[in-house]
Design a protein around this ligand. Sequence first.
Ligand SMILES: *[C@@H]1O[C@H](CO)[C@@H](O)[C@H](O)[C@H]1NC(C)=O
Ligand SMILES: *[C@@H]1O[C@H](CO)[C@@H](O)[C@H](O)[C@H]1NC(C)=O
Ligand SMILES: *[C@@H]1O[C@H](CO)[C@@H](O)[C@H](O)[C@H]1NC(C)=O
Length: 362
Amino acid sequence: MAFHCGSLALLLICVAGTLQPIKSSEYIGKLIPRHDKWAQAIKGEYIPMQFYDAMRSAENSKQAFQNQIRNFGEHLQRNLTMSNVLSLRHENQLNTEHQRRKLHELSAFFYTAADVAGVFARDSEISFEVAKNSSYTLLLQLRQIPSTQPIPVKMLLTNYFAEMEFFHIMFSEIIDEALEYTQNILLATQKTFTYYADVQRFVLENWNFKGDAFCCKEYMEFLKHYSDQIFKCAVGRGLDIAFDVFAMTELTSKYVMRQLEFRIQRLFNCLYLGSYEIRCKFLQNAEKDFEMLFTKIEELEIFYDIKIKNGRVSSLRQRRQAHIEEDATNSVKAHDNCIPEDFPRSQMHKSLKLCFYNITEY
Ligand SMILES: *[C@@H]1O[C@H](CO)[C@@H](O)[C@H](O)[C@H]1NC(C)=O
Ligand SMILES: *[C@@H]1O[C@H](CO)[C@@H](O)[C@H](O)[C@H]1NC(C)=O
Ligand SMILES: *[C@@H]1O[C@H](CO)[C@@H](O)[C@H](O)[C@H]1NC(C)=O
């Protein structure tokens, strides 16, 4: 542009000017009438945008969750250290305040960890549901085919539709398997984190902590030990496997969608361009055409079997556990197998117990 766009009006003209070339390319699209389904078929993008969005959200919340729990042990050691208090005795009061804040931060950490676990559970559930829906949406595309096809072609199409429908059913089943497994693990993790944070907050709010240097040190040592154990237990019940199962399922889903889209494009192209015998050969053997896709989900099934084999037992156990918990929802105390019985009262030594003025049952 040779103009100097000084004023707003001129600027708009300049912008409009730069947009001109884009408009002209739109014209090409107009050569094929918009209402023509076949035209859409040729340009065809059939995978719903929602599919990619859901995948991205789930991937991001998986990242957020992994970041939250990464290097937990190191952070714990660093946050709950008393070295400052011991070396700077004259600043005792100040430092104890600092340590008390750290105690609150520890329960805040577990609340946050529970939240991000919950977000990942929700987003991964949505992404799995959307994957199933997208596979169905793609299947329905075949219904768009005009019914004016010659009878033999119609029969082949019916056959092809049946094969794709069968694939959709198998695909949905295997997605459900991944869904159930990952949800069980993620929700159990979330529950443990929340319960542990609740206990810590309850103690700080109700037990009337003495909070001098000695007690801070004692309680920090205590929390360091149990936080580490409880954290390891919570993430050690197959969380790694859940991440792997999620990742592999997403990967397979993307592959499956692209393959289904390719099949629809190819089918629409072949019907649009005619000469079935040459271009639509794949229609004559629908089973063979979907073979690769079935192999792909068989591979996923094998992957689950290897990964979940031990996990499946514990997942069943957790489900039983969940039922027990459901029965006990009326009682305030939610039992959690990562947190010891009557924690933290039963685990405290006498000297630590003396650091609290009012020890009550949680
Ligand atoms: C450690 O302290 C940092 C900064 O105060 C906080 O963001 C983090 O959640 C804490 N981590 C743990 C495990 O307490
Ligand atoms: C999937 O499709 C069903 C039925 O059409 C719908 O009720 C549900 O909301 C969809 N789920 C998602 C996550 O889009
Ligand atoms: C001890 O805690 C209980 C429950 O939190 C409360 O009802 C009671 O008043 C507290 N007693 C003292 C002495 O602070």
